[in-house]
Every structure is written in C-alpha cells, then in structure tokens.
Design a protein around this ligand. Structure first.
Ligand code: GLY
Ligand code: MN
Ligand code: MN
Length: 431
C-alpha cells in the first residue's frame, strides 16, 4: 500500500533522531493570490515526503523515546459545511486509518496538546526559519512544556533542516519513476515547442504551449514559472515576464519543467526561432554543449559534486579563449575566474519534490560525493548582454542547456535526453 512508503520513512527516522526528542514538520497553509481567491494548494515537500497527506495547516510530530518512534499528526477537523464547499477531509480518523499515523488530532488542538507532547523530551527539532510564524510557535510550546515542571531537563531547540533534507537526497524506486515521468512529459513539451516556434510568436504564447503540453499529459502545474526568453532576455537569469515578441534572428531559451505527482523536472533548451543557428550563436552553443557533456560525464558515484562545476568552468574558459571572447592562458584565466562574466551561476542543484531540492551540498568541511539515487541538474550557460565590452556580433546571445541526471551504480542516467541538445539534431527537428 502506497501509504506504507510514507510510514516507513517516518519509522526510518529512528536512525537519525536523537533519543528523547520530538521532530516537528509543519505543513503548508493555503496561500491567497487576491482577496479570498486562493492559489491551488501545494503541500510542503518534506511534510508530504513523510506523510503523503495533502490537506493544509497540518503538523507532524514524531516522538522518539525509549518506547520507540511514535508518529502524531494534527489535521483539519471534519466539518460538514466546509467539506461541501472545499471537498473531503480525512479528519483524525482518516489520518490514522488511511495515512497510518499512530495518533491524530484536530489541528485546533495543537496549542493545547503540543506542550504535553514536548514535555519530558530533551530536544525539539524542526526546520528553523522556514515557515512564517512557526518559530515563535515552537518557542511558545517549548516554554509552556518547560514550565510544567521546573525540575525537568531543559528542552533544546535544534534546526532539523539538514536532517530532513538529507533524508530526501537518495531517491527510491517510486520517486525515480515519478521524476522520470515528469522528465518525459517535460521533454515532450520542449520538442513540441521546437517544432512549432516561429518569427512573430510571443514568449507568452510559447509559455502557454508548455503549460498545455504538461497538463494534457498529467502534469497540471509547472514545477516553477517557466523562463521563456527570446534574444537578450536570456541574459536575465530569472526572466519570467515572458511578454516579448520573438524575432527570426533570436535564440529562444526556455527553462521549463512540469511537476508530476509532486515531483519536478527541470529542463532548459536554447534553440533558434528561425530553425537555423547563426555562426556566432552556434559557436557559443557548442562551447556550452561541450561543457555540458564533460560535466555530465563526471557525475558518478564517489566523485565530488564540485567536479562537474570545475570541469564546466574549465571547458567554458577554453572555449571562450578559442572563439576570441577571452584572451590569455586558459588555466590562468580559470584560476582568476574570468569566465564569471559569461557564466555566473552554479552548474546545478538537487532535484526531487522541490525543483531546488532539499539536502546539503557539504558534508562537514568537504563537498558531498555523488551516491546512487541522487539526482542533480547539470546546467552550464554563457550569457552575453549588450552592456558587455565585446564585439557587437556576440551581443544578445544567451545560451543555457540543462538536463536532469540520476546517479546510478555504474555511472549515470540522463533522464531528459529525449529532447535533443545537439544543435544539428535541433535544426533537423525544427526543419
Ligand atoms: N529552473 C530553475 C533552475 O534551473 O534552477
Ligand atoms: Mn535547474
Ligand atoms: Mn531550470
């Protein structure tokens, strides 16, 4: 049964939770776009990871003591009238029967019950600073718990961000299958856009095509606001206005991925609106693609996550020297960070329930090493805005290519390779 997966994740926390501790994981609240018009509800990812439960304003408390692990959840109460307007609520009984929590209560009881749950523990752990207002709540419950008995041990508040995030770093088979589905859907949307785009289309129209292609395949929401950036707009790294008209001479950079059953894909492709790269566009593109391929090759078990970063910096530096955009010895230029004027972001990030997924990048003083089951994006880029001091022919070219890479036992699997990144394959797809 699917909900056993979530229960097992809670049980497995016994290996990382201190003895006599309580871990609190708050769920998301409904967010409003204007007046009483709400955004579609999206559960907080870690809360979902440990519960599979998708109702707002809920709270998980996982108690670890000599009696073992006990999972408690606070959920919206059953309410006939509210359920007529907003739909089914599991209520505490459903939370136990369907979602396999040991105990469940109405969320109206949190302030009354939490001090009792915390009382007698030595540590309360939760993700500090992540949910508005929650820090003060924890302080209030902790203070109330401590005041129950002035002779009890002190109750320390500990940040659980790393503990929770790192437990999400290695994806299980079920998660991998959902991420693969998100990647397949997103790849198909990119292919559809490549086939259809033409001179005079608006960025917004292209964006709508992605949303449509995602949704009709089951990915109702994008995992993040798509970046649909024609020409120089590609040099604005988080460009999301998507309101300009595309010109035949533009490159179009689209960074778009869907969310499928809560899991994200994250793909960027850069392709010529006309279907044919210009000479300069192709030169820049090939440098980025070389960096991409070299970086992907270095994603394997035991390698530091810094390897793809460094390799991409070196290949981009060498490429920029070769085409005349940097002048000097590539090794010296790399050391001096000269590539940063053109390539100013990092090579990638973890991918999972969140597009920038939870989990640390350092282990102590060292960068994390890749392990099978981790998924990282690889996304080098070169951006030449018109304000840069370069020959005019290069100005306004922005290229990023981004794939999602699963670390496997014998190397890696590129989950997004279905959408071509080779420029000649792109041109033939678009012809
Ligand atoms: N789409 C967000 C990113 O590439 O990091
Ligand atoms: Mn990314
Ligand atoms: Mn992206």
């Amino acid at each position: 049964m699917k909900n056993m997966t979530y229960k097992n994740r809670r049980i497995n926390l016994k290996d990382s939770l201190p003895m006599n501790s309580v871990l609190l994981i708050p769920g998301a609240d409904v967010q409003f776009r204007n007046a009483d018009s709400a955004f579609p509800f999206r559960q907080e990812s870690s809360f979902y990871y440990f519960s599979g439960f998708c109702e707002p304003s809920s709270l998980i408390a996982i108690v670890n003591n000599k009696d073992g692990i006990q999972s408690i959840i606070f959920v919206p109460p059953k309410d006939k009238l509210k359920e007529i307007w907003d739909g089914y609520r599991a209520g505490p009984i459903g939370a136990v029967n369907e979602f396999l929590f040991d105990k469940a209560f109405d969320n109206t009881q949190i302030d009354i019950m939490l001090p009792d749950i915390l009382h007698g523990s030595e540590q309360v752990l939760y993700p500090i600073g992540k949910k508005h207002g929650f820090d003060q709540k924890v302080i209030d419950w902790t203070t109330a718990a401590a005041s129950k008995d002035r002779h009890s041990k002190s109750l320390n508040i500990i940040d659980a961000t790393s503990l929770i995030g790192n437990s999400r770093l290695i994806k299980d088979e079920h998660e991998i299958s959902l991420i693969k589905k998100a990647c397949d859907i997103s790849a198909e949307a990119h292919i559809a856009a490549m086939k259809s785009v033409k001179d005079g289309d608006s960025e917004q129209y292209i964006e709508s095509m992605y949303i449509h292609e995602f949704s009709k395949r089951g990915g109702r929401f994008p995992a993040y606001i798509p970046i649909v950036a024609g020409g120089e707009n590609a040099c604005v790294l988080h460009y999301v206005e998507n309101n300009q008209i595309l010109k035949g001479s533009d490159l179009l950079l689209v960074d778009a991925g869907c969310e499928y059953e809560m899991y994200a894909a994250d793909i960027t492709r850069t392709f010529p609106v006309s279907g044919k790269f210009s000479e300069e566009q192709l030169k820049i593109y090939e440098v980025v693609l070389d960096a991409m391929n070299a970086a992907i090759e270095s994603v394997k078990e035991g390698n530091s996550i810094m390897e793809p970063q460094e390799i991409s910096e070196k290949v981009i530096t060498e490429g920029l020297v070769k085409i005349g955009l940097l002048d000097g010895d590539p090794e010296e230029l790399h050391k001096a960070g000269a590539y940063k004027d053109f390539y100013m972001h990092k090579i990638g990030h973890w991918l999972g329930l969140d597009v920038h997924d939870a989990g640390d990048y350092m282990e102590g003083d060292e960068f994390m090493k890749f392990k099978p089951g981790m998924i990282t994006t690889i996304e080098p880029g070169i951006y030449i805005s018109s304000s840069m001091n370069v020959d005019d022919k290069w100005k306004g070219i922005g290229v990023r290519i981004e794939d999602d890479i699963l670390v496997t036992k014998d190397g890696n699997e590129n989950l997004t390779k279905k959408v071509p990144s080779d420029p000649h394959e792109i041109e033939s797809l678009m012809s």
